[in-house]
Design a protein around this ligand. Structure first.
Ligand code: ADP
Ligand code: MG
Length: 326
């Protein structure tokens, strides 16, 4: 007999995540009841992953569970919020117990790591689609928003850029790399680590912030257009993993990926130059690489320069679901 919706919930989701004291009533009733922390603002985000669009059909279900939550937590990180609760809407063609076991493990391991509790959801039959909604909280007035940068502000990014895009090319058979390089890149593609402590530490420091899901240029453009400004970047300053650096040296045609490749889930933020030293200290304290890659300027548009000062022309752009050309 096929497993019922209620068995799925009981077996794979009811006890899977962190248990929080502020959840008055979790999975099982018509709605969850939560006691949010007094005096805090709620931050809420939702993201959907569709099989064949956001991940290849053969992706390990553990990674699908992990990533569905990770991309949402990354949105909360970009707001400077402390995550707390999540809901899950799961559409499955055919409830396969091995698939559900791995999926729920991936989701719950990250949920426990981040201290978030699954408080409800919905389970339906249809083409594989995973929607996760997360909620968190932060002190009023302290959210990091896309809007807020000013000319002269420095532009920073966390971690390294382009690894996930290289990983995707590898998975799609368009790129060859050594076994260990491949493992590293696929880890970056499938198990993004949301920059939660960094987002919280940037409250009061960053003038604007966004997480890099569609590619550095596309996401930085959001920070720029929000304040009618532009930016200039130094290509040589972009932080690359040693793996990415080697692959790009071998095939310079991959050199735009750190600028336009999506799925890195690093934070891109701006801050007045007076915070430069404090941000460097934060990098050490959080053991999170933070690199200054350029500046916000009055002139609109994003300009990228080579080491010798020549402008770098960039082909392609970040991923867009509904662009006119695709
Ligand atoms: P209703 O019909 O009232 O919407 P459901 O039968 O869909 O309720 O769900 C029963 C309970 O199980 C609810 O508390 C719901 O939030 C929870 N739930 C359903 N699917 C999931 C899921 N995939 N993950 C977590 N909780 C779920
Ligand atoms: Mg329902």
């Amino acid at each position: 007999m096929p497993i019922s919706e209620f068995d799925i919930i009981a077996r794979y989701f009811s006890q899977a995540t962190a248990a929080r004291d502020d959840v008055v009533l979790g999975i099982g009733d018509d709605a969850a009841l939560i006691d949010p922390p007094a005096g805090q603002q709620l931050a809420v985000a939702i993201d959907t992953l569709v099989a064949g669009v956001h991940f290849p059909l053969e992706t390990d279900p553990y990674d699908i569970g992990w990533k569905a939550l990770a991309v949402n937590l990354s949105d909360l990180a970009a707001m400077g919020a402390q995550p707390a609760w999540l809901t899950l809407s799961l559409t499955l063609e055919d409830p396969d117990e091995r698939w559900l076991t791995a999926f729920s493990r991936g989701l719950s391991e990250l949920a426990r790591q981040a201290g978030v509790q699954l408080v409800g959801g919905d389970t339906t039959r249809g083409p594989l689609t995973v929607t996760v909604q997360v909620a968190g909280y932060l002190p009023p007035g302290q959210a990091l928003m896309r809007q807020g940068a000013a000319p002269g502000d420095e532009i920073w990014v966390s971690g390294t850029l382009g690894d996930a895009a290289l990983g995707l090319r590898l998975v799609q058979g368009e790129l060859e790399a050594s076994h260990s390089a491949g493992e590293q890149l696929c880890q970056r593609l499938n198990r993004p680590q949301p920059r939660l402590p960094l987002g919280i530490a940037l409250r009061g420091i960053a003038s604007s912030c966004i997480d890099i899901s569609d590619g550095l240029l596309a996401d930085l453009e959001h920070l720029c257009t929000a304040v009618d400004c532009g930016a200039s970047l130094q290509y040589a300053d972009l932080p690359l993993s040693s793996t990415a650096r080697q692959l790009i040296e071998t095939d310079p045609g991959l050199g735009d990926l750190p600028l336009i490749g999506g799925d890195d889930y690093e934070l891109c933020f701006t801050a007045p130059a007076k915070w430069h030293g404090d941000i460097q200290a934060l990098a050490t304290q959080l053991v999170c690489p933070l690199t200054c890659i350029g500046r916000i300027e009055l002139e609109s548009g994003i300009r990228c320069f080579e080491q010798d000062g020549r402008p770098r022309s960039v082909t392609g752009q970040g991923y867009r679901h509904f662009s006119e050309s695709s």
